[in-house]
Design a protein around this ligand. Structure first.
Ligand code: AKG
Length: 306
């Protein structure tokens, strides 16, 4: 399909090149929603599955309300609007708030039971596990996510786990959802030196790295680039995205380069989560499991001699 009728898209402060060969829409795989051999085939070929309307819209909106009521209670939202509209007070910025999901039953049920976990069980064709940590993002006006792969943040167990990116509400191009770089996971020639580095590993024998870690900083941030058009020019392929609706999810593997569109609304939050699922039989990254996962904190760090 031609991109001629689409609006100009921005990511990380850059206008994307909107030519047909450089930008496009995600393939909707809802036509194959019950055909798991076909879904596996598409995932192997394309590195992602966009499952439009797979989840019950009402349940997603219920989870949204459970999140926005907490955002309202924390004083983030403009009280002149219903909390479900997620209109932020001025300068609220980017909010990374996994805590909003703790003990939040509608969110926990949506992500870790029912249709979504059944999807991964059928996809892997065996028992699954999920990370206990939930990445909950409320992206404020003017913000977005730079290009990266997920493996540097979660590569200590299997490398065959999958990310599920799920919007809580409709996400227009203006509000800015996720985009993946077509066929980027096939470019191991370009990814090899980047993707296997662990953001929480540091060289014990290098004083500068030890000092950074002690200050709670990363020796390596996991960022692939701050320039989405330049990444595309290097890797080839198209940046692929969609106007998402509540009930959709996008799932992809650890080697797929992705980023987000910028939130170009004047005052609304884009609310989404990203969660991880894998075969129960495969090793799991210890940073993301348990009641209080170590995450990227001091207990998640790994000193190496290098
Ligand atoms: O939602 C975003 O802006 C980023 C999400 C992401 O990087 C991920 O799903 O791995």
């Amino acid at each position: 399909m031609s991109t001629a009728t689409l609006p100009q898209i921005y990511s990380y402060g850059h206008a994307l090149d909107m030519d047909d060969g450089k930008f496009g829409l995600l393939r909707d795989s809802s036509d194959a929603a019950t055909d798991f051999p076909e879904l596996r085939r598409r995932f192997a070929a394309e590195g992602y599955l966009y499952m439009k309307g797979y989840l019950e819209r009402e349940k997603v909106l219920e989870a949204r309300a459970a999140l926005t009521s907490r955002l309202a209670a924390s004083g983030t939202l403009d009280p002149a609007y219903p909390h479900t509209e997620a209109v932020v007070k001025k300068d609220a910025g980017y909010i990374f708030q996994p805590d909003l999901t703790t003990g939040n039953e509608p969110v926990q049920k949506l992500l870790y039971s029912g249709r979504l976990t059944d999807f991964y069980r059928k996809f892997y064709d065996e028992e699954i596990r999920h990370y206990d940590f939930t990445w909950l993002r409320a992206i404020g006006p003017g913000k977005g996510t730079n290009p990266h792969c997920d493996l540097p943040y979660m590569g200590r167990g299997t490398h065959k786990h999958m990310t599920c990116w799920l919007p809580y509400g409709d996400v227009s191009f203006e509000l800015g959802g996720l985009m993946v770089l077509e066929d980027s996971f096939k470019r191991m020639d370009l990814l090899e030196k980047y993707v296997y580095r662990d953001v929480d590993a540091f060289c014990e024998n290098k004083a500068a790295e030890v000092a950074k870690v002690k200050e709670g900083k990363w020796a390596f941030t996991g960022t692939l680039s701050h320039n989405p058009p330049a990444v595309r020019n290097k890797f080839g392929g198209r940046w692929l995205t969609a106007e998402y609706q509540a009930g959709d999810f996008l799932t992809f593997g650890m080697f797929t380069v992705h980023a987000s569109l910028d939130n170009r609304t004047p005052n609304r939050l884009r609310i989404s989560s990203d969660t991880r699922y894998q075969r129960a039989s495969e090793p799991i990254d210890e940073r993301w499991i348990g009641v209080n996962p170590p995450a990227h904190g001091p207990n998640g760090k790994r000193g190496l001699i290098c």
